[in-house]
Design a protein around this ligand. Structure first.
Ligand SMILES: [Zn+2]
Length: 794
């Protein structure tokens, strides 16, 4: 069992002034030594430290050795007298391969080893003995004994490094789950900005990629830093700012104070598209905003994780678009993130953006909070708040909040008090409907005669842009409207097409009137503004019948000028329509429609050609086309393949029966990198033979040390909709697979069969949900079942 809310509250009442002096020795392979001195003040009584599966353990309390009462997860500290105590826990722990603990990774390119303690919920206790909860913040002083030639990075600045002993400056008080340590022969780019030491780091075998992008990474970092330090009155809270591309991170990135970790997929080999750049700038801005929202001021408990994530998600997209100059980032949000938030908000698992603490009774439940509600919907709701309050009042409230709770913890109530004081509007009333209630409103366009009339079904006030167009979607006018209980008539736009929420300021389902709908269905890609097209692609595909979805795609995908929108529409088609909404026998025809639309697309622009080629490589049923591409290392239109596109083409060729195990192995060796290994695993699993499927299944289920990445790569190849007969035998339910931490449980959840399922197969999963299983696994399976059940009803 994980820590409960009740336990956390009791411990927070009892303890204060926590600090950690931590020494890690990572010189041995297999296991590492973790020695921590935990100092704290107590009101007296019984408490405990968390420590996950220590192999050997020595504990002293105030200098006296004790026979520890340890059950493999908690060290009991009973009968402590009131006052200050020091508990020293000296333990050996095993390295992990699932990213939850001290993760070990060996680079296939050069055999170099990298270690990372990336942490997160309930992970700190897999690295050292601690009071593993957000509201017992404490300063952490770290030293690491490691290979003297390595680079070791952590939250604080490196003070000294001699004879393989790396000592770091003591951090300000931080939640222990925001601790980070990264070690290995990293390649580094370092500089100072406004007196603050900064750095970007990547594995040595990615040095060329890091150098290629170093100027851009530095420029974006500085632009975001200058922006945040100008809008927030609290100065940057930490003594340095490192950003590290780390192998096999389970999250996109982690906002550890002063040292942010990023997934290596954000440092691609060979080709970096404009969408890659925008996404990376968004994540850089997102994580940096967390230095204030999450690290300087932290939630008390996990129900307020949205306070971190909704704000960071909002700041990430806004700041990348405005301060970092990555135009089109808002288009990505509307096209690729918001549709998933609407979907999530209609499932049984939806919840208020700001749930009550009691709705998250333990940390295991907390693992499900990091979802499309806390990110996508929360982002949209914060944007609506900024639109509704005005940016000046919003920032005044936010700054008062940050200053009042600096280096401490705060709740939603604290934030509302600060915003309320800064604004004449009824912030609490707004929060009741927008933050405390799940679900969303519907904004409808109707007509009184020719006159468009907006109505709202629901409970929330909305402020958004509405735009009017001619029948050929030439813009006629645009204005901001407030819509609540009363309908809004637009007599000046009689007879015209109207698009509510054209710039995406609010979060609501939009239902167009027939006149507007027909014009959009016919002329969508004639519309010049990509942001409005993003909103409209989302509106048109939202709960569209499969035939309508494919009709819109066939007509407009070839003419869609924005590579961002091409990619978003294709992803939605593969990951939602094909995977969840079609009957098995409809899949082949649907893929033909997709392949034809990709092949017909205008390829003169390289960015668009890349997006279309990626779609074609996934959808084509023509093995000759893929062989030609792979032989020439270019598409028929002359676009050079990059490693990701090559592996995608090989996966599809293997799926079509055109690539043998020997050929895949040859390509894996030729590639030689970690991503090549994963690409080969996917391609091998994608082959249409019983042996290939059984080997993939065995590899996924029988190796207790399999990495999360490899597990996911194998699942990616295994579930081919075209091979239903071959994979039907593996539609079995094995929650026992999720026996490791929550990251692996999430991977098992995501490995839900990515093929259309029969009713009987769905029932199998429904029955399995009666068993005991990790919350995050249950959530993935329930969501998959809900999405498929809804799909069949519409
Ligand atoms: Zn975040």
């Amino acid at each position: 069992m994980s820590l409960t809310l009740e336990e956390a509250r009791a411990r927070a009442r009892m303890l204060s002034d926590v600090s950690y002096d931590l020494a890690l020795d990572v010189t041995r392979v297999g296991s590492f030594r973790s020695r921590v001195a935990v100092r704290f003040r107590t009101a007296g009584g019984d408490t405990f430290l968390e420590l996950h599966r220590a192999e050997s353990l020595e504990v002293t309390i105030d200098g006296m050795a004790v026979g520890p009462a340890y059950d493999g997860r908690r060290i009991s500290l009973d009968g402590l007298s009131p006052g200050v105590h020091e508990v020293v826990v000296d333990a050996r722990l095993r390295y992990v391969t699932d990213g939850e603990g001290l993760h070990t990774f060996t680079d296939p390119v050069d055999g170099e080893r990298y270690l990372g303690g990336y942490l997160g919920l309930d992970v700190t206790q897999r690295l050292f003995a601690c009071f593993d909860q957000l509201d017992l913040k404490g300063p952490i002083t770290l030293s690491v004994t490691a290979d003297p030639t390595w680079t070791v990075l952590s939250n604080g600045l490196l003070k000294t490094a001699a004879n393989g002993r790396f000592s770091f400056a003591t951090t300000p008080p931080i939640p222990c789950d925001a601790f980070v340590v990264v070690a290995g022969p990293f390649h580094s780019v370092r500089w100072e900005h406004r007196g603050l030491p900064m750095g970007w780091h990547a594995r040595r075998s990615l040095a060329a990629e890091l150098e290629r992008d170093a100027a851009e990474l530095r420029r974006t970092t500085e632009a975001c830093f200058d922006h945040f330090t100008s809008i927030f009155t609290e100065p940057f809270p930490f003594d340095s700012y490192d950003q590290v591309f780390v192998p096999e991170l389970n999250w996109g990135a982690m906002e550890c104070p002063g040292c942010v970790t990023f997934q290596e997929s954000m440092l691609p080999r060979e080709r970096v598209t404009d969408d890659d750049r925008r996404h990376r700038a968004m994540v850089i801005a997102h994580e940096m905003s967390h230095m204030w929202f999450a690290d300087l001021v932290s939630p008390v408990w996990w129900e307020d994780a949205w306070l971190n994530e909704s704000f960071a998600d909002y700041m990430g997209f806004e700041v990348a678009e405005t301060a970092a100059g990555e135009k089109g980032t808002r288009v990505s949000f509307e096209a690729a993130h918001k549709p998933g938030a609407y979907l999530a908000d209609r499932r049984r698992s939806t919840h208020p953006v700001a749930p009550a603490a009691e709705d998250v009774p333990d940390v295991d439940t907390g693992t499900t909070i990091f979802d499309a509600i806390s990110y996508g919907k929360g982002n949209a709701v914060v944007r609506q708040l900024v639109t509704w309050l005005g940016e000046a009042d919003f920032l005044a409230g936010v700054n008062a909040h940050l200053t009042a709770h600096r280096f401490a913890n705060a709740t939603l109530e604290d934030l509302l008090s600060a915003l309320d004081a800064a604004s004449p509007r009824d912030v609490r009333g707004w929060a009741r409907v927008w933050l405390r209630q799940p679900g969303h409103d519907t904004i409808r366009v109707a007509r009184r005669g020719d006159v468009p009339v907006l109505t709202r079904a629901g409970v929330r006030p909305h402020r958004f842009t509405i735009t009017a167009y001619s029948g050929s979607l030439q813009p006629v006018g645009s204005r901001l409207v407030d819509l609540a209980d009363e309908p809004v008539e637009l007599p000046e736009w009689a007879g015209l097409v109207v698009v509510p929420n054209a710039h995406g300021e609010t979060f609501a389902r939009v239902e167009l009137d027939p006149l507007s709908y027909d014009a959009v269905a016919s002329e969508l890609t004639s519309l010049a503004d990509p942001l409005v097209r993003a909103v409209l692609w989302g509106t048109m595909l939202d709960e569209a019948a499969p035939a309508d979805h494919l009709r819109l795609l066939a007509r407009h995908l070839p003419r869609e000028p924005s590579p961002t929108l091409v990619t978003a529409v294709l992803d939605r088609t593969f990951n939602h329509l094909v995977r969840r909404r079609l009957e098995p026998e409809q899949v082949g025809t649907a893929l033909e429609v997709v392949a034809a639309a990709c092949a017909a697309g205008d390829q003169r622009d390289e960015q668009r050609a890349v997006a279309l080629a990626r779609g074609l490589a996934r959808a084509t049923s023509d093995p000759e086309l893929l062989r030609r591409w792979l032989g020439a290392n270019a598409t028929d239109q002359g676009l050079a393949l990059d490693p990701a596109l090559r592996w995608s083409a090989r996966k599809r060729l293997a799926e079509l029966g055109g690539l043998s195990a020997e050929q895949i192995e040859t390509e894996r060796r030729r590639d030689g990198t970690a991503t090549g290994d994963l690409g080969a695993a996917t391609a091998l699993a994608a082959r249409p033979t019983a042996e290939a499927k059984s080997a993939a299944w065995a590899a996924m289920t029988e190796d207790p040390e399999i990495s999360v990445r490899r597990f996911r790569a194998l699942a990616d190849g295994l579930w081919s909709p075209a091979h239903r007969d071959l994979v039907a035998a593996y539609v079995t339910v094995a929650p026992a697979l999720a026996r490791r931490g929550s990251a692996f449980a999430a991977a098992v959840g995501r490995a839900f069969p990515a093929i259309p399922l029969t009713t009987a197969e769905m029932d199998l999963f429904r029955r399995a949900l009666h068993q005991d299983m990790p919350a995050v696994l249950r959530r993935h399976w329930e969501d998959e079942l809900d999405d498929r059940a809804t799909a069949r009803e519409t």
